[in-house]
Design a protein around this ligand. Structure first.
Ligand code: MN
Length: 181
């Protein structure tokens, strides 16, 4: 776990930010999830699942999709320490992720399915989020970090997901402004 958190720690100075650094180990039986609303340079929602003693994490710019069948870009980011699930507060200006973090939802989850490619289907038991979501390593725009998070219909649990089906619906990031008028 210490190894997995090295990138997380590299980006932060414990003297400059109140965020946790990952010293403790979690003791809950059921794995937890948390969604943090992070009003940073760009507002986004951080979706985190307890996995292997840390929080696997995705930044979801548009928020976790709520309607069955709806999907959203989920950018896979570095694991965060388990204690981050309880973090809310201000990350000071000039620090990594500077801005305000609020806990938007939290609870436990059940792992419904895990595929060799990393795709995860989870049933969330939160206060706001109740139901099944799939995280798909869809490599949107050829980028490994660009996953999709899809709200499943409950009867869809475990059915295969074809990420290509969803591509035309997504906005994509561009490095440059379009040319011409
Ligand atoms: Mn964030």
């Amino acid at each position: 776990m210490a190894q997995k958190l090295s990138e997380y720690r590299r980006k932060r100075d414990p003297k400059q930010t109140p965020e946790p650094f990952g010293e403790k180990r979690g003791k809950t039986k059921e794995p937890i999830f948390v969604v943090q609303r992070h009003d940073a340079r760009r507002l986004h929602y951080d979706f985190r699942l307890e996995r292997n003693g840390a929080l696997a994490s995705w930044a979801v710019p548009k928020g976790v999709p709520l309607e069955p069948g709806a999907r959203a870009l989920a950018v896979h980011v570095e694991d965060h320490p388990l204690e981050y699930a309880a973090f809310a507060g201000e990350i000071p200006a000039g620090q990594y992720g500077a801005g305000t973090v609020e806990i938007w939802d939290h609870g436990t989850y059940e792992l419904v399915e895990e595929k060799p490619n990393g795709q995860l289907t989870v049933r969330l038991d939160g206060e706001r989020l109740q139901g099944t979501w799939t995280l798909v390593p869809a490599h949107l725009d050829g980028k490994e970090e660009n996953w999709l998070i899809i709200r499943r219909r409950d009867e869809d649990d475990g059915r295969p997901v074809d990420p290509r089906r969803y591509r035309p619906m997504l906005a994509t990031l561009a490095a440059e402004l379009p040319k011409g008028k």
